[in-house]
Design a protein around this ligand. Structure first.
Ligand SMILES: C=CC1=C(C)c2cc3[nH]c(cc4nc(cc5[nH]c(cc1n2)c(C)c5CCC(=O)O)C(CCC(=O)O)=C4C)c(C)c3C=C
Ligand code: FE2
Ligand code: FE2
Length: 387
């Protein structure tokens, strides 16, 4: 089989407070995070939004010790996976490639070429697929591959999403069960799945399968858990003015309080490591909201991190991928999307959906330009000149 490598993909997070602004700039420079009609607008807008957001974001990172734990946890997951594969008789080198912070995807690829890897399994640490997460990393990798003939010699395969993995479902069920058992009346505890949100247009216009995969995932976890508790699903961490997937977590929690719920078990569902949105948003902000609404027993299910059942599940995914026919980047993304091409490629005249999308974008652009001018005292063109 030759030398085997596993590339773990993740989002990345600022290691310290000074990193927050450039991290946010990288994030908002990604066209899979903010979709714009004109590519030239991407970087000035990323600069503007990251400058506006940096203070609030830094305040949040201060509350969790001044930086994201994501690098440390992802590296620990990588080491645990290497040991597990070794126990199962598979020698493999593990690489971590983050999308918006160190170690960047490009750094991981440089190591992979140095190590002369022959077979590579690309495993995103997101159980469900979204255009904004795994999709964005696949698109970047596709570009890196096309630019480097040496990479084209590597026999690689992609795992687009894996929320159906039995070991993953079992590990989630175990962690949820432990929290439920600590409630005064375990069967009365309300289970609350909180997924990271995405703009509604991702699902409805761009064909992102994310919402459907999240919903299916919660059903599978409930089946595996096999308890009578009732459960709800809501979406957290909305950013910006557009509509995101609903219901919003910050609205759903007080509603449950009004209905008399006293014991709430919150399950973060879209991410397998502790990060700012579990440690700050859920543990601090949402806990406060719950208490104000009379929910005094607020429990948060810990992230999987290096849970042994979860690490075994990752190892099984890798072994299965090595046996199966390989899946390429373009196949992985096309196959996932519900076929619609976005942005609409050709211009169609008349009151078509394409025209509506473009009219909306042009109106948004005018609006953004106006705001930029009001806030900075300079026009957009001046801002472009700044970069
Ligand atoms: C599956 C998980 C995630 C999805 C889907 C996702 C989409 C998404 N995110 C933003 C904007 C921000 N995300 C930020 C941090 C962040 N996002 C995820 C995961 C998903 N994002 C994680 C794990 C993290 C935290 C990393 C860490 O440091 O621990 C941030 C920065 C933090 C902040 O300022 O609040 C922003 C901004 C958008 C716009 C989006 C979909 C389009
Ligand atoms: Fe995010
Ligand atoms: Fe957030």
């Amino acid at each position: 089989m030759g030398r085997v490598g596993v590339l773990l993909l993740n989002l990345g997070g600022p290691d310290k407070l000074e990193d927050v602004r450039p991290f946010l700039y990288n994030l908002f420079s990604d066209p899979e995070i903010i979709r714009l009609p004109f590519t030239w607008l991407q970087k000035p807008l990323a600069w503007w939004i990251s400058s506006r957001r940096v203070q609030k974001s830094q305040e949040n990172y201060k509350q969790i010790g001044g930086g994201s734990p994501l690098r440390r946890i992802t590296e620990a997951q990588g080491e645990a996976l290497r040991e597990q594969l070794d126990d199962l008789g598979q020698d493999a080198k593990i690489y971590v490639g983050m999308r918006y912070w160190h170690p960047y995807t490009e750094e991981a690829i440089a190591k992979i070429t140095q190590d002369n890897i022959d077979r590579l399994v690309i495993l995103p640490l997101y159980p469900q697929f979204s255009i904004s997460t795994s999709g964005s990393s696949f698109r970047l990798l596709d570009k890196i591959w096309q630019e480097n003939p040496k990479l084209q010699l590597i026999d690689y395969t992609v795992i687009p999403s894996w929320y159906k993995s039995t070991g993953y479902l079992q590990a989630m069920a175990q962690l949820i069960d432990q929290q439920i058992e600590q409630c005064p009346n375990p069967d009365e505890a309300q289970i609350f799945f909180s997924a990271h949100g995405v703009p509604k247009s991702y699902v409805e216009e761009a064909g992102d399968p994310y919402q459907q995969e999240i919903e299916e995932c919660t059903h599978l976890i409930m089946q595996t858990l096999n308890r009578p508790n009732s459960h709800v699903l809501a979406y957290q961490s909305r950013v910006g003015p557009v509509e995101w997937l609903q219901p919003y977590t910050e609205e759903a929690i007080p509603e449950l309080g009004e209905k008399g719920v006293k014991d709430l078990v919150v399950v973060p569902i879209s991410f397998v490591s502790e990060h700012i949105e579990t440690l700050q948003e859920i543990d601090i902000e949402y806990r406060e909201l719950a208490e104000e609404a009379g929910i005094h027993n607020f429990r948060r299910v810990p992230a999987l991190n290096t849970h042994p059942v979860f690490i075994k599940a990752l190892a099984d995914l890798v072994l299965d991928a090595l046996k199966a026919p390989s899946l390429k980047f373009a196949q992985a993304t096309q196959w996932k999307k519900k076929v619609r091409i976005y942005p609409p490629e050709g211009w169609e005249w008349g009151m078509t959906s394409s025209a509506e999308v473009w009219n909306g974008r042009i109106a948004m652009l005018g609006f953004i330009a106006l705001i930029i001018e009001l806030v900075t005292g300079h026009g957009l063109l001046h801002l472009v000149g700044l970069l």
